[in-house]
Design a protein around this ligand. Structure first.
Ligand code: C2O
Ligand code: CU
Ligand code: CU
Length: 588
């Protein structure tokens, strides 16, 4: 236990004197995790958990819905009105056009009553408007100029997650902005219409800074987006609402060795900075643009009526923008850094109805604990001895571990995979609405990926570290080299004794070609013979790969930037990323 170290960061101070004292390499030695082999500690925790799990968990079995809205503080009038971003303020929409934007990474002033965001934020002002974490609205083809100013007591850098930019504008952490320093981004928008985002990327500090509240959305628009809005009369802030979700606990980031292995899950969920939110709606079609900005938590998104029935929704987009055609869904996984764009048809709702957006129960598959129990791959999850285990069908190979989420009991009151209502929609108004959802949303040619080179990436855990192809990230390590202009397929294989990893590639949206050996909760959502999910369609920049599963993607490494360009491929569980589950990628 003596080797356990809690990573605790308080980055709120902006004192310049502290800034001067910062020594980068020392900081990295101190903060880059892990922490060697916390395995013994984990074994001890596991033993303790054997006891904890004998108690019937407070959440229902996988696939079940919470019995009522009782688990949700939004019911019974105790909820808070959802913060809906406007034209200024927190997450306010900012269309910079050709004007440069200055983002000041800083401790934010005392939070307003309306939102309880983290202690950090990106402050911006333009003309007479003030913003925190602005939603930056861009047109495809436009030039973007952003000045990042660092008023934190730590180095930082902004990464434009999902944007296809050159290495110098990617913010991959190969150079950092010192406290008091600044960095000028200047790039052209080459992405499709869609929701992208920005967040810090200083290696070893990414988790703490993002957790602290440093993140915002980027909306890219082109003709397909404008056509969709016109067809459905979608006005941002009215019937089109971003839902940026982050789970948090206390303001100060504290990651225990347990958190560093599994990822830190917080006890409360904030949607646009609102805890227990509700939104008054009318009987029409709504568009919700969701971003999972959590450090590590995966959500299984669904809507349900007060009677408990799932209310299907229409998936129209994901990480890589609008899908070619809408897809009807009942539920969708949303891993850290992923986005989904959904339409919810409330035309049949009556005034007074209540609809809940929620995350359903699922098996979070923290099978890495199986390292502790060679005899039975699921023994690490200490099957509860009560009748509860009987809820899972025997055909499900993970039945014994329907409550693997319980592994996180010591770290969180709300384990990964446990259900919760996220947002209550209160129907307040009849609205005459007769628009139809378009049958075509966008055009998107497939990536020509037959007979191209394939690389394999193995995800696994050894000696206390998560690894890609047995390697742990270090500054200056040799990159994976790919040829500019070439298409490759990447086979991402997760070890069976692992946990889900949300794998993200910088700079190049990819196409998911197929999934193999998907676990039950995932296979249940397959929509084609390749094993893909509706959320895999179109383009992606982050894909969740489950234990034992293999996901094949096609990447087109074409771009207009001459000379070698540096990117990254990593797990977006931010504790895994900071812990080195990341490889540099050089496009040469
Ligand atoms: Cu969203 Cu490398 O990050
Ligand atoms: Cu776990
Ligand atoms: Cu991971």
């Amino acid at each position: 236990m003596s080797r356990e170290r809690t990573v605790e960061l308080d980055v709120r101070s902006t004192a310049a004197s502290e800034a001067a004292k910062l020594d980068l390499s020392r900081l990295f030695r101190l903060l880059t995790v892990p922490v060697h082999a916390p395995r013994r500690a984990l074994l001890q925790r596991l033993a303790a958990l054997g006891v904890a799990l004998a108690v019937r968990p407070a959440w229902p079995a996988a696939g079940e819905l919470p019995l009522s809205a009782a688990d949700f503080c939004g019911s019974g009038g105790r909820g808070r009105r959802l913060w809906v971003p406007g034209d200024d303020g927190y997450l306010g929409r900012l269309s910079p056009g050709e004007r440069p934007v200055t983002l000041l990474a800083s401790a934010t002033r005392s939070p307003s009553a309306a939102v309880s965001r983290g202690p950090l934020g990106y402050a911006t002002r333009t003309r007479r408007r003030h913003y925190t974490n602005p939603t930056i609205v861009l047109q495809r083809g436009q030039r973007v100029r952003v000045n990042l100013v660092n008023a934190l007591a730590q180095p930082t850098i902004v990464h434009w997650h999902g944007l296809a930019v050159d290495g110098n504008n990617d913010g991959n952490g190969s150079f950092l902005v010192k406290p008091g320093g600044r960095y000028a981004y200047d790039f052209e928008v080459r992405n499709r219409s869609g929701m992208y985002w920005y967040h810090p990327h200083p290696h070893g500090l990414t988790a703490a800074q993002t957790y602290g509240g440093l993140y915002g959305a980027v909306m890219v628009e082109e003709d397909d987006e404008r056509a969709l809005r016109a067809a459905l009369d979608l006005v941002p802030g009215r019937a089109e609402i971003p839902l940026i979700m982050q789970d948090r606990g206390p303001d100060t980031y504290r990651a225990t060795p347990h958190d560093m292995t599994h990822g830190l899950v917080g006890s409360d969920l904030y949607v646009n900075g609102t805890k227990c939110p509700y939104l008054d709606v009318g009987s029409r079609v709504y568009r919700f643009r969701m971003l999972n900005a959590a450090n590590a938590r995966t959500l299984l998104i669904a809507f349900r009526t007060a009677k408990g029935a799932l209310l299907p929704f229409t998936l129209i987009g994901n990480d890589g923008g609008l899908l070619p055609a809408p897809m009807r869904c009942e539920r969708a996984f949303l891993a850290t850094a992923e986005r989904i764009d959904v339409l919810l048809d409330l035309r049949d709702a009556a005034v007074g109805d209540s609809i809940l957006l929620q995350t359903l129960a699922f098996d979070a598959m923290h099978l890495e604990m199986a390292h502790a129990a060679p005899a039975d791959p699921h023994a690490g999850h200490a099957t509860p001895t009560d009748a509860h285990a009987g809820h899972s069908p025997p055909a499900d190979p993970h039945a014994a571990h329907a409550h693997s989420a319980g592994m996180h009991l010591p770290a969180s009151a709300w384990p990964d995979g446990a259900p919760r209502a996220l947002l209550e929609l209160r129907v307040r108004q009849r609205i005459a609405f007769d628009r139809a959802i378009p049958e075509r949303l966008s055009t998107l040619p497939p990536i020509a990926a037959s007979s191209v080179a394939e690389r394999t990436f193995r995800l696994g855990f050894a000696d206390g570290r998560w690894r890609i192809n047995d390697r742990v990230f270090e500054m200056g390590m040799p990159p994976i080299e790919v040829q500019r202009g070439k298409v490759e397929t990447w086979l991402i294989r997760n070890d069976p004794s692992s946990m889900p990893h949300a794998m993200h590639l910088h700079g190049f949206p990819f196409e998911v070609l197929g999934r193999e050996k998907s676990p039950g909760d995932v296979a249940a959502l397959e929509i084609d013979p390749q094993g893909r999910l509706a959320t895999d369609l179109g383009r992606k920049d982050t894909v969740l790969v489950w234990p034992g599963e293999s996901v094949r993607v096609a990447v087109d490494f074409s771009h207009p930037y001459a000379g070698p360009q540096a990117y990254l491929f990593h797990c977006h569980n931010l504790e895994h990323e900071d812990g080195g589950m990341m490889l540099p990628v050089a496009v040469v």
